[in-house]
Design a protein around this ligand. Structure first.
Ligand SMILES: Nc1ncnc2c1ncn2[C@@H]1O[C@H](COP(=O)(O)OP(=O)(O)OP(=O)(O)O)[C@@H](O)[C@H]1O
Length: 473
């Protein structure tokens, strides 16, 4: 191919090879000339060989010791990579007849803008199959460390990316999954993101460290009383936790790693498999219970308090003697438990198992710090964060609802603050965020999301879960 291309005539004509390039230096000195046409095409001329590509798929840098402009990186699957004609370390001599010698990077960049525009073909099949979910937002336009903003891929927390190269320790190459127009580009490597986090670069300060349901689904739902009891207990422990987290984030525990990427794999639920556990989290008063009330419910939680006249065993609660409840605590059988008014209330793993074993969808409402208790292949949790809207919308929606008239602005502010803290600390575990402004809209969003998750052919779940499943088979 090289020879066939080399013998053809191309327009425009290349400048002659400089006299000072000796024949025996051919292997060590490459003269590359870039000619930008009116079309969005870049012609790369390599001696007398000229190829036209829509995009080159390469980045450049200045060699610190020699001052030369060299090819820094060849993007996997890009035109430059496929051609095999330019390589990392190749020196760029001139662009459109303009010598690059002694030029400042600022002057060179506009000349090379097309060279740094990286595109891969949508039909491209990458050889490596490593998929990750991003656990933080990344906006290259706010990242001063990115070698070339045009070569980068922006993403949001939760996006699934296909990693096509991890050869470079600092900048990996990846493209978005499920987007046929997605191009491969640079993303910060895990190592780089962890390092940058500790330096608290400006772009990271803004990032977070960090889904009537189909009638045949039945849900486990815990009554408001229990939830409120938990919440009362949670409030105190949350304040301690938030304070501890603030200390960590200010550097007392500098070795804490920020969430970066988690390897994910496609998961297809077979009819024989249990449904995924649905976990609802949110700050106190945001409306988790209100949303749950609109969903069919089933298995209740455990409590040690006396049964009231209107209550039934196994409907409102499982009424358990204190000694049994305490045994369950010692056996670590509770996902979450607390006491209120001198009585225990708890959400046990056993109650979740029972519902799931019956083939029902289990809906759980816990403090986000407890998600890790069920973050296993056994439960495959789908975590929905219920978030408050802005304070103006909170005022309007909550006061419009006649039964909520005693909420003060301060409560709304607390709710918003707590939601922010939860997102900061646990956001990487959330599969879906639903803003509960107008209750009907929030409920429709939740229902649509849960329908989607239970009907979806393919879902992305942590690779660990699928490895565990295959070991168990
Ligand atoms: N979108 C909404 N619009 C108006 N009122 C709402 C909305 N969502 C919830 N509410 C009301 O706000 C109050 C608190 O809601 P809910 O009890 O569901 O909160 P929660 O998140 O379960 O908190 P807690 O555990 O503290 O009870 C309830 O009176 C509920 O009816």
């Amino acid at each position: 191919v090289h020879d066939a291309v080399a013998q053809r005539d191309f327009e425009p004509a290349l400048p002659p090879i400089p006299d000072d390039v000796l024949d025996d230096e051919e292997d060590s000195v490459k003269i590359v000339s870039l000619v930008k046409t009116k079309e969005p095409l870049v012609s790369i001329c390599f001696r007398q060989v000229k190829l036209k590509w829509s995009h080159t798929g390469a980045t450049i840098k200045r060699d610190e010791s020699t001052g030369a402009i060299v090819v820094a990186r060849i993007m996997k699957g890009g035109a430059a990579d496929k051609s095999g004609l330019i390589h990392e370390g190749d020196e760029l001599k001139e662009v459109n007849g303009v010598s690059l010698q002694h030029r400042k990077p600022k002057e060179i960049l506009p000349l090379l803008v097309s060279l740094t525009s990286i595109q891969s073909h949508s039909s491209l099949q990458y050889k490596e199959k490593l998929f990750v979910r991003a656990l933080f937002d990344y906006d290259p336009s706010e990242d001063p460390t990115i070698p070339c903003k045009d070569a980068a891929v922006a993403f949001k927390r939760g996006d699934v990316l296909q990693i096509v190269s991890t050869e470079d320790d600092t900048w990996w190459q990846a493209c978005h999954v499920g987007d046929s127009n997605s191009r491969a580009g640079l993303i910060p490597s895990q190592q780089l993101h962890e390092r940058s986090f500790h330096l608290i670069s400006p772009y990271l300060k803004k990032t977070s460290v960090h889904p009537d349901l189909i009638s045949y689904f039945l849900f486990i739902s815990f009554p408001a009383g229990l939830r409120r009891s938990f919440r009362l207990g949670r409030k105190a422990s949350w304040a301690t936790e938030a304070a501890r987290f603030r200390r960590w984030s200010t550097g007392v525990h500098g070795s804490i790693c920020p969430p970066t990427y988690i390897e994910v794999m496609r998961y297809h639920r077979e009819p024989k498999d249990r449904h995924r556990l649905v976990v609802l989290v949110g700050p106190s008063g945001v409306g988790v219970n209100e949303l749950k009330r609109s969903l069919p419910s089933s298995s209740p939680p455990d409590t040690t308090r006396e049964k009231r006249r209107q209550e039934s065993e196994g409907v409102d609660y499982h009424f358990v003697p204190v000694h049994m409840f305490e045994e369950l605590i010692l056996d670590h059988r509770f996902i979450e438990y607390g006491s209120h008014g001198g009585h225990y209330y708890g959400t046990s793993l056993d109650s979740v198992h029972r519902v799931m074993a019956e083939g029902k969808v289990c809906l759980l409402d816990v403090h986000p710090s407890k998600i890790k208790r069920v973050y296993t292949s056994e439960f495959k949790p789908y975590v929905v964060f219920v978030k408050p809207p802005c304070i103006e919308e909170l005022r309007v929606t909550r006061r419009r609802a006649k039964f909520v008239c005693d909420e003060e602005d301060e409560d709304f502010e607390d709710m918003i603050d707590m939601a922010e803290s939860m997102e900061t600390q646990y956001g990487h575990l959330f599969d879906r965020v639903i803003v509960n402004g107008d209750i009907a809209t929030a409920f429709r969003a939740l229902r649509a999301d849960l329908e989607r998750i239970y009907e979806a052919e393919i879902q992305w779940v942590p690779a660990d879960w699928t490895y565990t499943d295959s070991k168990e088979e």
